[in-house]
Design a protein around this ligand. Structure first.
Ligand code: NAP
Length: 486
Protein backbone atom coordinates (compact mmCIF):
# COMPACT_ATOMS: atom_id res chain seq x y z
CA UNK A 1 0.00 0.00 0.00
CA UNK A 2 1.30 3.47 -0.85
CA UNK A 3 2.25 5.77 2.03
CA UNK A 4 -0.31 8.56 2.13
CA UNK A 5 1.64 11.42 3.70
CA UNK A 6 3.41 13.75 1.27
CA UNK A 7 7.10 12.99 1.35
CA UNK A 8 10.28 14.52 -0.05
CA UNK A 9 12.94 12.03 -1.09
CA UNK A 10 16.15 13.99 -1.43
CA UNK A 11 18.85 12.18 -3.41
CA UNK A 12 22.33 13.57 -2.79
CA UNK A 13 24.27 12.42 -5.85
CA UNK A 14 21.02 12.75 -7.83
CA UNK A 15 22.91 13.00 -11.13
CA UNK A 16 25.24 10.05 -10.42
CA UNK A 17 25.36 6.53 -11.77
CA UNK A 18 23.50 4.87 -8.88
CA UNK A 19 20.67 7.41 -8.99
CA UNK A 20 20.26 7.11 -12.76
CA UNK A 21 20.77 3.36 -13.05
CA UNK A 22 18.90 2.11 -9.99
CA UNK A 23 17.09 4.70 -7.87
CA UNK A 24 15.10 6.65 -10.45
CA UNK A 25 14.09 3.51 -12.40
CA UNK A 26 12.95 1.93 -9.11
CA UNK A 27 10.93 5.03 -8.22
CA UNK A 28 9.45 5.11 -11.72
CA UNK A 29 8.22 1.53 -11.30
CA UNK A 30 6.72 2.37 -7.90
CA UNK A 31 5.00 5.38 -9.44
CA UNK A 32 3.54 3.23 -12.23
CA UNK A 33 2.24 0.75 -9.63
CA UNK A 34 0.70 3.63 -7.65
CA UNK A 35 2.97 2.83 -4.71
CA UNK A 36 4.23 6.37 -4.22
CA UNK A 37 2.23 8.84 -2.14
CA UNK A 38 0.32 11.11 -4.52
CA UNK A 39 2.33 14.18 -3.54
CA UNK A 40 5.72 12.53 -3.03
CA UNK A 41 8.54 14.46 -4.67
CA UNK A 42 12.04 13.39 -5.60
CA UNK A 43 14.57 16.15 -5.09
CA UNK A 44 17.80 15.58 -7.03
CA UNK A 45 20.86 17.22 -5.48
CA UNK A 46 24.33 17.65 -6.96
CA UNK A 47 26.71 20.49 -7.79
CA UNK A 48 25.63 20.92 -11.42
CA UNK A 49 23.72 24.16 -11.99
CA UNK A 50 20.59 22.51 -13.38
CA UNK A 51 16.98 23.64 -13.11
CA UNK A 52 14.02 21.26 -12.81
CA UNK A 53 13.60 21.02 -16.58
CA UNK A 54 17.32 20.25 -17.01
CA UNK A 55 17.18 17.53 -14.34
CA UNK A 56 14.09 15.99 -15.90
CA UNK A 57 15.76 15.99 -19.32
CA UNK A 58 18.93 14.38 -17.94
CA UNK A 59 16.93 11.76 -16.02
CA UNK A 60 14.76 10.99 -19.01
CA UNK A 61 17.82 10.43 -21.22
CA UNK A 62 19.22 7.87 -18.75
CA UNK A 63 15.84 6.32 -18.05
CA UNK A 64 15.35 5.43 -21.71
CA UNK A 65 18.59 3.50 -21.54
CA UNK A 66 18.19 1.84 -18.15
CA UNK A 67 14.46 1.11 -18.30
CA UNK A 68 14.61 -0.26 -21.84
CA UNK A 69 11.21 -1.62 -22.80
CA UNK A 70 9.72 -0.51 -19.49
CA UNK A 71 10.15 3.12 -20.53
CA UNK A 72 6.73 4.40 -21.58
CA UNK A 73 6.68 8.08 -22.55
CA UNK A 74 3.30 8.76 -21.01
CA UNK A 75 4.17 7.15 -17.68
CA UNK A 76 7.54 8.87 -17.64
CA UNK A 77 5.87 12.23 -18.27
CA UNK A 78 3.62 11.79 -15.26
CA UNK A 79 6.47 10.43 -13.11
CA UNK A 80 8.82 13.25 -14.02
CA UNK A 81 6.46 15.89 -12.60
CA UNK A 82 7.65 14.57 -9.23
CA UNK A 83 11.29 15.38 -10.07
CA UNK A 84 12.75 18.65 -8.87
CA UNK A 85 16.36 19.73 -8.47
CA UNK A 86 18.48 21.76 -6.07
CA UNK A 87 22.10 22.64 -6.88
CA UNK A 88 24.09 22.09 -3.68
CA UNK A 89 27.76 21.57 -2.95
CA UNK A 90 27.75 19.21 0.03
CA UNK A 91 30.93 20.83 1.33
CA UNK A 92 29.57 24.40 1.27
CA UNK A 93 27.15 25.14 4.11
CA UNK A 94 25.74 28.25 2.44
CA UNK A 95 24.80 26.34 -0.72
CA UNK A 96 22.21 24.38 1.32
CA UNK A 97 19.97 27.45 1.05
CA UNK A 98 18.94 26.16 -2.39
CA UNK A 99 17.71 22.92 -0.82
CA UNK A 100 15.99 24.78 2.03
CA UNK A 101 14.04 26.80 -0.54
CA UNK A 102 12.87 23.62 -2.27
CA UNK A 103 11.90 21.86 0.92
CA UNK A 104 10.10 24.95 2.24
CA UNK A 105 7.81 24.88 -0.80
CA UNK A 106 5.51 22.37 0.81
CA UNK A 107 3.83 21.44 4.05
CA UNK A 108 5.66 19.32 6.57
CA UNK A 109 5.99 15.65 5.79
CA UNK A 110 8.68 13.07 6.29
CA UNK A 111 11.99 13.80 4.58
CA UNK A 112 14.23 11.05 3.37
CA UNK A 113 17.84 11.99 2.61
CA UNK A 114 19.40 9.33 0.40
CA UNK A 115 23.19 9.72 0.42
CA UNK A 116 24.19 8.35 -2.96
CA UNK A 117 27.59 10.01 -2.92
CA UNK A 118 31.10 9.04 -1.89
CA UNK A 119 31.04 8.29 1.88
CA UNK A 120 33.65 11.01 2.36
CA UNK A 121 30.75 13.48 1.95
CA UNK A 122 28.37 11.88 4.48
CA UNK A 123 29.66 13.84 7.43
CA UNK A 124 29.49 17.23 5.68
CA UNK A 125 26.02 16.49 4.28
CA UNK A 126 24.60 15.57 7.71
CA UNK A 127 26.30 18.51 9.42
CA UNK A 128 25.08 21.01 6.83
CA UNK A 129 21.55 19.59 6.77
CA UNK A 130 21.41 19.98 10.53
CA UNK A 131 22.85 23.49 10.46
CA UNK A 132 20.22 24.46 7.88
CA UNK A 133 17.48 23.11 10.20
CA UNK A 134 16.36 20.55 7.62
CA UNK A 135 16.37 17.47 9.88
CA UNK A 136 13.11 16.83 11.73
CA UNK A 137 11.95 14.08 14.07
CA UNK A 138 10.48 12.15 11.13
CA UNK A 139 13.47 12.62 8.82
CA UNK A 140 15.45 9.56 7.72
CA UNK A 141 18.85 9.11 6.17
CA UNK A 142 19.81 6.29 3.80
CA UNK A 143 23.47 5.33 3.62
CA UNK A 144 24.94 3.54 0.64
CA UNK A 145 27.95 1.27 0.91
CA UNK A 146 30.91 1.36 1.35
CA UNK A 147 30.56 2.36 4.99
CA UNK A 148 34.22 2.60 5.83
CA UNK A 149 37.36 0.76 4.98
CA UNK A 150 37.77 -0.95 8.34
CA UNK A 151 36.24 -0.93 11.81
CA UNK A 152 37.81 2.40 12.80
CA UNK A 153 36.67 4.26 9.67
CA UNK A 154 33.18 2.76 9.79
CA UNK A 155 32.89 3.87 13.43
CA UNK A 156 33.98 7.33 12.40
CA UNK A 157 31.26 7.55 9.74
CA UNK A 158 28.65 6.16 12.13
CA UNK A 159 29.69 8.64 14.83
CA UNK A 160 29.51 11.54 12.40
CA UNK A 161 26.11 10.59 11.01
CA UNK A 162 24.94 9.70 14.53
CA UNK A 163 25.55 13.25 15.73
CA UNK A 164 22.66 14.41 13.54
CA UNK A 165 20.38 11.37 13.19
CA UNK A 166 19.25 8.85 15.80
CA UNK A 167 20.00 5.18 15.04
CA UNK A 168 16.25 4.65 14.40
CA UNK A 169 16.49 7.25 11.60
CA UNK A 170 19.47 5.59 9.86
CA UNK A 171 18.86 3.15 6.99
CA UNK A 172 22.08 1.35 5.98
CA UNK A 173 21.22 -0.28 2.71
CA UNK A 174 22.30 -3.75 1.65
CA UNK A 175 20.38 -4.39 -1.52
CA UNK A 176 20.77 -8.18 -1.31
CA UNK A 177 18.39 -8.13 1.65
CA UNK A 178 15.74 -6.57 -0.58
CA UNK A 179 15.79 -9.41 -3.09
CA UNK A 180 12.64 -11.48 -3.39
CA UNK A 181 14.26 -14.92 -2.86
CA UNK A 182 15.90 -13.70 0.35
CA UNK A 183 12.50 -12.53 1.59
CA UNK A 184 11.07 -15.84 0.52
CA UNK A 185 13.72 -17.69 2.50
CA UNK A 186 12.46 -15.91 5.61
CA UNK A 187 8.90 -16.88 4.73
CA UNK A 188 9.85 -20.50 4.08
CA UNK A 189 11.90 -20.80 7.24
CA UNK A 190 9.59 -19.07 9.66
CA UNK A 191 6.19 -19.54 8.03
CA UNK A 192 6.36 -23.34 7.72
CA UNK A 193 6.81 -26.03 10.35
CA UNK A 194 8.26 -28.38 7.76
CA UNK A 195 11.63 -26.78 7.20
CA UNK A 196 12.67 -25.61 10.64
CA UNK A 197 13.40 -29.07 12.16
CA UNK A 198 15.81 -29.81 9.29
CA UNK A 199 17.55 -26.44 9.48
CA UNK A 200 20.40 -27.49 11.77
CA UNK A 201 23.61 -29.43 12.06
CA UNK A 202 21.87 -32.81 12.25
CA UNK A 203 20.53 -32.42 8.69
CA UNK A 204 22.57 -29.70 7.00
CA UNK A 205 25.97 -30.81 5.73
CA UNK A 206 27.24 -27.47 4.45
CA UNK A 207 26.06 -24.08 3.20
CA UNK A 208 27.52 -22.29 0.18
CA UNK A 209 26.98 -18.62 -0.55
CA UNK A 210 28.28 -17.38 -3.89
CA UNK A 211 28.12 -13.95 -5.47
CA UNK A 212 30.00 -14.25 -8.75
CA UNK A 213 30.26 -11.50 -11.34
CA UNK A 214 31.23 -11.91 -14.97
CA UNK A 215 32.34 -8.32 -15.31
CA UNK A 216 35.76 -7.01 -14.32
CA UNK A 217 36.28 -3.69 -12.56
CA UNK A 218 34.73 -1.73 -15.47
CA UNK A 219 35.22 2.01 -14.98
CA UNK A 220 35.60 1.66 -11.18
CA UNK A 221 39.24 0.51 -11.22
CA UNK A 222 40.55 3.37 -9.14
CA UNK A 223 37.92 2.78 -6.44
CA UNK A 224 38.13 -1.01 -6.53
CA UNK A 225 41.90 -1.16 -6.24
CA UNK A 226 41.66 0.54 -2.84
CA UNK A 227 38.88 -1.77 -1.67
CA UNK A 228 39.02 -5.34 -3.01
CA UNK A 229 36.49 -8.16 -2.87
CA UNK A 230 36.57 -8.68 0.89
CA UNK A 231 35.54 -5.12 1.73
CA UNK A 232 33.33 -4.65 -1.34
CA UNK A 233 31.32 -7.87 -1.02
CA UNK A 234 32.11 -10.17 1.91
CA UNK A 235 31.98 -7.72 4.82
CA UNK A 236 28.50 -6.61 3.85
CA UNK A 237 26.51 -8.68 1.34
CA UNK A 238 27.82 -12.19 1.97
CA UNK A 239 27.78 -11.87 5.75
CA UNK A 240 24.26 -10.45 5.67
CA UNK A 241 23.09 -13.41 3.58
CA UNK A 242 24.84 -15.78 5.99
CA UNK A 243 22.93 -14.16 8.86
CA UNK A 244 19.59 -14.65 7.13
CA UNK A 245 20.35 -18.34 6.63
CA UNK A 246 21.76 -18.98 10.08
CA UNK A 247 19.79 -16.78 12.48
CA UNK A 248 17.46 -18.23 15.08
CA UNK A 249 13.74 -17.55 14.63
CA UNK A 250 13.14 -13.99 15.83
CA UNK A 251 10.21 -13.38 18.15
CA UNK A 252 8.60 -11.18 15.49
CA UNK A 253 9.37 -9.48 12.21
CA UNK A 254 10.04 -6.22 14.06
CA UNK A 255 13.30 -4.57 13.02
CA UNK A 256 15.17 -5.07 16.27
CA UNK A 257 13.91 -8.61 16.80
CA UNK A 258 15.38 -9.59 13.41
CA UNK A 259 18.52 -7.52 13.77
CA UNK A 260 19.23 -8.88 17.26
CA UNK A 261 19.22 -12.41 15.85
CA UNK A 262 21.51 -11.46 12.96
CA UNK A 263 23.89 -9.81 15.39
CA UNK A 264 24.08 -13.00 17.49
CA UNK A 265 25.23 -14.90 14.41
CA UNK A 266 27.90 -12.33 13.56
CA UNK A 267 29.15 -12.56 17.11
CA UNK A 268 29.16 -16.37 17.00
CA UNK A 269 31.32 -16.51 13.87
CA UNK A 270 34.55 -18.21 14.88
CA UNK A 271 37.38 -15.68 14.59
CA UNK A 272 40.20 -16.48 12.17
CA UNK A 273 43.59 -17.07 13.82
CA UNK A 274 46.72 -16.40 11.70
CA UNK A 275 46.85 -20.16 11.04
CA UNK A 276 43.21 -20.19 9.91
CA UNK A 277 43.90 -17.45 7.39
CA UNK A 278 46.20 -19.81 5.48
CA UNK A 279 43.96 -22.85 5.96
CA UNK A 280 40.45 -21.41 5.60
CA UNK A 281 40.77 -18.50 3.17
CA UNK A 282 41.69 -18.09 -0.47
CA UNK A 283 42.21 -14.81 -2.23
CA UNK A 284 42.76 -14.48 -5.93
CA UNK A 285 43.31 -11.98 -8.70
CA UNK A 286 42.28 -12.51 -12.31
CA UNK A 287 44.69 -12.78 -15.18
CA UNK A 288 43.82 -12.23 -18.84
CA UNK A 289 41.30 -14.70 -20.21
CA UNK A 290 37.93 -14.74 -21.93
CA UNK A 291 34.53 -13.62 -20.82
CA UNK A 292 31.38 -14.45 -22.80
CA UNK A 293 33.61 -15.53 -25.68
CA UNK A 294 35.60 -12.30 -25.81
CA UNK A 295 39.24 -11.86 -24.74
CA UNK A 296 39.55 -9.70 -21.61
CA UNK A 297 42.61 -8.18 -19.93
CA UNK A 298 44.02 -9.19 -16.57
CA UNK A 299 43.24 -7.13 -13.48
CA UNK A 300 46.54 -5.21 -13.41
CA UNK A 301 46.04 -4.22 -17.06
CA UNK A 302 42.66 -2.63 -16.35
CA UNK A 303 42.46 1.19 -16.31
CA UNK A 304 43.17 2.71 -12.90
CA UNK A 305 44.91 -0.37 -11.46
CA UNK A 306 48.49 -0.27 -10.17
CA UNK A 307 50.77 -2.70 -12.09
CA UNK A 308 51.95 -4.34 -8.87
CA UNK A 309 48.51 -4.29 -7.22
CA UNK A 310 47.91 -7.03 -4.63
CA UNK A 311 44.18 -6.27 -4.37
CA UNK A 312 42.02 -9.42 -4.33
CA UNK A 313 39.31 -9.79 -6.96
CA UNK A 314 38.27 -13.17 -5.55
CA UNK A 315 37.69 -14.48 -2.03
CA UNK A 316 36.66 -17.90 -0.77
CA UNK A 317 36.30 -18.56 2.96
CA UNK A 318 35.27 -21.39 5.21
CA UNK A 319 33.30 -19.78 8.01
CA UNK A 320 32.14 -21.59 11.13
CA UNK A 321 29.41 -20.60 13.54
CA UNK A 322 29.90 -21.61 17.15
CA UNK A 323 26.33 -22.30 18.20
CA UNK A 324 24.44 -25.48 19.07
CA UNK A 325 22.51 -25.26 15.82
CA UNK A 326 25.50 -24.88 13.53
CA UNK A 327 28.54 -26.41 15.26
CA UNK A 328 30.57 -28.34 12.70
CA UNK A 329 28.62 -27.10 9.64
CA UNK A 330 30.93 -25.23 7.27
CA UNK A 331 29.56 -22.07 5.63
CA UNK A 332 31.54 -21.49 2.45
CA UNK A 333 31.52 -17.92 1.18
CA UNK A 334 32.76 -17.03 -2.28
CA UNK A 335 32.77 -13.93 -4.42
CA UNK A 336 34.76 -12.84 -7.43
CA UNK A 337 35.00 -10.75 -10.54
CA UNK A 338 35.52 -12.15 -14.03
CA UNK A 339 34.02 -15.47 -13.03
CA UNK A 340 32.61 -17.99 -15.46
CA UNK A 341 29.01 -16.97 -14.84
CA UNK A 342 27.05 -14.24 -13.17
CA UNK A 343 25.49 -16.04 -10.24
CA UNK A 344 24.28 -15.04 -6.80
CA UNK A 345 22.98 -18.00 -4.82
CA UNK A 346 22.70 -19.66 -1.46
CA UNK A 347 22.93 -23.44 -1.49
CA UNK A 348 21.88 -25.47 1.53
CA UNK A 349 23.26 -28.99 1.12
CA UNK A 350 21.42 -31.49 3.29
CA UNK A 351 22.93 -34.75 4.45
CA UNK A 352 22.45 -37.94 2.47
CA UNK A 353 19.90 -40.46 3.75
CA UNK A 354 21.52 -42.69 6.39
CA UNK A 355 20.85 -45.85 4.38
CA UNK A 356 19.65 -46.44 0.84
CA UNK A 357 17.06 -49.18 0.33
CA UNK A 358 17.33 -48.94 -3.47
CA UNK A 359 20.43 -51.00 -4.05
CA UNK A 360 22.74 -48.09 -4.82
CA UNK A 361 24.75 -46.56 -1.98
CA UNK A 362 23.35 -43.33 -0.50
CA UNK A 363 25.33 -40.58 -2.14
CA UNK A 364 25.88 -36.98 -1.09
CA UNK A 365 25.51 -36.19 -4.81
CA UNK A 366 21.86 -37.14 -4.55
CA UNK A 367 21.24 -35.57 -1.18
CA UNK A 368 18.57 -32.91 -0.93
CA UNK A 369 19.58 -29.38 -1.70
CA UNK A 370 17.82 -26.04 -1.44
CA UNK A 371 19.04 -23.44 -3.92
CA UNK A 372 18.04 -19.83 -3.38
CA UNK A 373 19.04 -17.90 -6.50
CA UNK A 374 19.16 -14.14 -6.65
CA UNK A 375 20.92 -13.89 -10.03
CA UNK A 376 20.67 -14.30 -12.94
CA UNK A 377 17.07 -15.33 -12.20
CA UNK A 378 15.21 -15.19 -8.88
CA UNK A 379 14.20 -18.69 -7.84
CA UNK A 380 13.99 -21.01 -4.87
CA UNK A 381 14.32 -24.70 -5.69
CA UNK A 382 14.34 -27.81 -3.57
CA UNK A 383 16.23 -30.70 -5.15
CA UNK A 384 14.66 -34.06 -4.31
CA UNK A 385 14.90 -37.63 -5.55
CA UNK A 386 11.72 -39.02 -7.08
CA UNK A 387 10.77 -42.22 -8.82
CA UNK A 388 11.02 -42.10 -12.56
CA UNK A 389 7.66 -43.24 -14.01
CA UNK A 390 7.81 -46.79 -15.31
CA UNK A 391 7.93 -50.37 -14.23
CA UNK A 392 11.28 -50.24 -12.45
CA UNK A 393 12.17 -48.41 -9.28
CA UNK A 394 14.56 -45.89 -10.71
CA UNK A 395 15.24 -42.65 -8.88
CA UNK A 396 15.92 -39.38 -10.56
CA UNK A 397 16.77 -35.92 -9.19
CA UNK A 398 13.93 -33.41 -9.64
CA UNK A 399 13.60 -29.75 -8.79
CA UNK A 400 10.64 -28.55 -6.80
CA UNK A 401 9.97 -24.89 -7.37
CA UNK A 402 9.40 -23.21 -4.02
CA UNK A 403 9.04 -19.61 -5.10
CA UNK A 404 5.63 -20.22 -6.62
CA UNK A 405 6.08 -17.47 -9.19
CA UNK A 406 3.21 -19.02 -11.13
CA UNK A 407 0.92 -18.99 -8.11
CA UNK A 408 1.52 -15.32 -7.39
CA UNK A 409 1.03 -13.43 -10.59
CA UNK A 410 1.78 -9.99 -9.24
CA UNK A 411 4.90 -8.21 -10.44
CA UNK A 412 7.97 -8.79 -8.29
CA UNK A 413 9.52 -5.73 -6.79
CA UNK A 414 13.17 -5.19 -7.63
CA UNK A 415 15.42 -4.95 -4.53
CA UNK A 416 15.77 -1.15 -4.64
CA UNK A 417 12.02 -0.77 -5.08
CA UNK A 418 11.28 -2.78 -1.96
CA UNK A 419 13.96 -1.05 0.07
CA UNK A 420 12.85 2.42 -1.01
CA UNK A 421 9.28 1.50 -0.06
CA UNK A 422 10.50 0.35 3.35
CA UNK A 423 12.37 3.62 3.89
CA UNK A 424 9.26 5.58 2.93
CA UNK A 425 7.12 3.46 5.26
CA UNK A 426 9.71 3.75 8.02
CA UNK A 427 10.41 0.01 8.28
CA UNK A 428 13.98 -0.77 9.34
CA UNK A 429 13.79 -4.58 9.28
CA UNK A 430 15.83 -5.00 6.11
CA UNK A 431 18.47 -2.41 7.01
CA UNK A 432 21.72 -3.03 8.79
CA UNK A 433 22.11 -1.76 12.33
CA UNK A 434 25.35 -0.16 13.47
CA UNK A 435 26.32 -2.99 15.82
CA UNK A 436 25.84 -5.56 13.04
CA UNK A 437 28.02 -3.58 10.71
CA UNK A 438 30.75 -3.24 13.29
CA UNK A 439 30.59 -6.93 14.26
CA UNK A 440 31.07 -7.80 10.58
CA UNK A 441 34.16 -5.60 10.41
CA UNK A 442 35.49 -7.21 13.59
CA UNK A 443 35.30 -10.65 11.97
CA UNK A 444 36.75 -9.58 8.63
CA UNK A 445 39.67 -7.52 9.91
CA UNK A 446 41.92 -10.39 11.15
CA UNK A 447 41.60 -12.04 7.73
CA UNK A 448 42.64 -8.85 5.95
CA UNK A 449 45.50 -8.42 8.44
CA UNK A 450 46.59 -12.05 7.98
CA UNK A 451 46.80 -11.59 4.22
CA UNK A 452 48.83 -8.45 4.60
CA UNK A 453 51.20 -10.00 7.11
CA UNK A 454 51.74 -13.12 5.00
CA UNK A 455 53.29 -10.99 2.25
CA UNK A 456 51.85 -13.48 -0.27
CA UNK A 457 50.27 -12.23 -3.44
CA UNK A 458 46.69 -13.24 -4.32
CA UNK A 459 46.55 -16.49 -6.26
CA UNK A 460 46.16 -15.96 -10.00
CA UNK A 461 43.13 -17.28 -11.86
CA UNK A 462 42.18 -17.01 -15.49
CA UNK A 463 39.35 -14.59 -16.26
CA UNK A 464 36.21 -16.55 -17.15
CA UNK A 465 36.81 -19.40 -14.66
CA UNK A 466 35.52 -20.12 -11.16
CA UNK A 467 38.64 -18.74 -9.45
CA UNK A 468 41.94 -20.25 -8.31
CA UNK A 469 42.18 -24.01 -7.88
CA UNK A 470 42.77 -23.43 -4.17
CA UNK A 471 39.08 -22.51 -3.98
CA UNK A 472 38.05 -26.06 -4.94
CA UNK A 473 40.71 -27.45 -2.60
CA UNK A 474 39.16 -25.51 0.28
CA UNK A 475 36.06 -27.71 -0.05
CA UNK A 476 37.68 -30.94 -1.19
CA UNK A 477 39.58 -31.09 2.12
CA UNK A 478 36.15 -31.70 3.70
CA UNK A 479 35.17 -34.11 0.91
CA UNK A 480 32.89 -31.46 -0.63
CA UNK A 481 32.69 -29.48 -3.85
CA UNK A 482 31.14 -26.24 -5.04
CA UNK A 483 27.60 -26.42 -6.36
CA UNK A 484 28.57 -26.02 -10.02
CA UNK A 485 31.09 -28.88 -9.72
CA UNK A 486 28.41 -31.46 -8.86
P1 NAP B 1 28.97 8.85 -9.18
O1 NAP B 1 28.39 8.41 -10.47
O2 NAP B 1 30.39 9.31 -9.16
O3 NAP B 1 28.03 10.03 -8.64
C1 NAP B 1 28.39 10.86 -7.59
C2 NAP B 1 27.30 11.89 -7.39
O4 NAP B 1 27.67 12.73 -6.29
C3 NAP B 1 27.11 12.81 -8.59
O5 NAP B 1 25.74 13.13 -8.69
C4 NAP B 1 27.91 14.04 -8.21
O6 NAP B 1 27.46 15.15 -8.92
C5 NAP B 1 27.60 14.11 -6.73
N1 NAP B 1 28.61 14.87 -5.97
C6 NAP B 1 29.94 14.70 -5.96
N2 NAP B 1 30.51 15.62 -5.16
C7 NAP B 1 29.51 16.37 -4.65
C8 NAP B 1 29.47 17.46 -3.75
N3 NAP B 1 30.58 17.99 -3.21
N4 NAP B 1 28.28 17.98 -3.44
C9 NAP B 1 27.12 17.47 -3.97
N5 NAP B 1 27.11 16.42 -4.81
C10 NAP B 1 28.29 15.88 -5.16
O7 NAP B 1 28.84 7.72 -8.06
P2 NAP B 1 27.75 6.54 -7.99
O8 NAP B 1 28.24 5.39 -8.80
O9 NAP B 1 26.41 7.07 -8.25
O10 NAP B 1 27.90 6.08 -6.47
C11 NAP B 1 27.45 6.86 -5.38
C12 NAP B 1 27.75 6.09 -4.09
O11 NAP B 1 27.01 4.87 -4.09
C13 NAP B 1 29.22 5.70 -3.96
O12 NAP B 1 29.59 5.73 -2.60
C14 NAP B 1 29.24 4.27 -4.46
O13 NAP B 1 30.30 3.51 -3.90
C15 NAP B 1 27.90 3.77 -3.97
N6 NAP B 1 27.35 2.66 -4.75
C16 NAP B 1 27.22 2.78 -6.11
C17 NAP B 1 26.67 1.73 -6.83
C18 NAP B 1 26.46 1.84 -8.33
O14 NAP B 1 25.90 0.89 -8.88
N7 NAP B 1 26.84 2.92 -8.98
C19 NAP B 1 26.27 0.56 -6.17
C20 NAP B 1 26.41 0.48 -4.79
C21 NAP B 1 26.95 1.54 -4.10
P3 NAP B 1 28.38 16.48 -9.17
O15 NAP B 1 29.77 16.01 -9.41
O16 NAP B 1 27.72 17.18 -10.28
O17 NAP B 1 28.28 17.26 -7.89
Amino acid sequence: MAPTRPLDLVIFGGTGDLAMRKLLPALYHLHCDALLAPDARIVGVARDELDDAGYRALSSEHARRFLGRDFRSEDWESFSTRLVYAPVDALQADSFAALTRRLDERADGPRVFYLSTAPGLFSAICRNLDAAGLIGADSRVVLEKPLGHDLASSRRINDEVGRHFGEEQIYRIDHYLGKEPVQNLLALRFGNALIEPLWRREWVRDVQITVAEQVGVESRGDFYDRVGAMRDMVQNHLLQLLCIVAMEPPASINPDAVRDEKLKILRALRPFTPGDVAARSVRGQYRAGASAGQPVPGYVDEPGIARESATETFVALKAEIDTWRWAGVPFFLRTGKRMQEKVAEIVINFRAVPHSIFGVPASPLHANRMVIRMQPEETVDLHLLAKQPGDVMQLQPVRLNLDFAEAFRSRRLEAYERLLMDVMRGNLTLFVRRDEQEAAWRWVEPILAGWEQSGERPKPYTAGTWGPSASSALLSRDGLCWHEEI
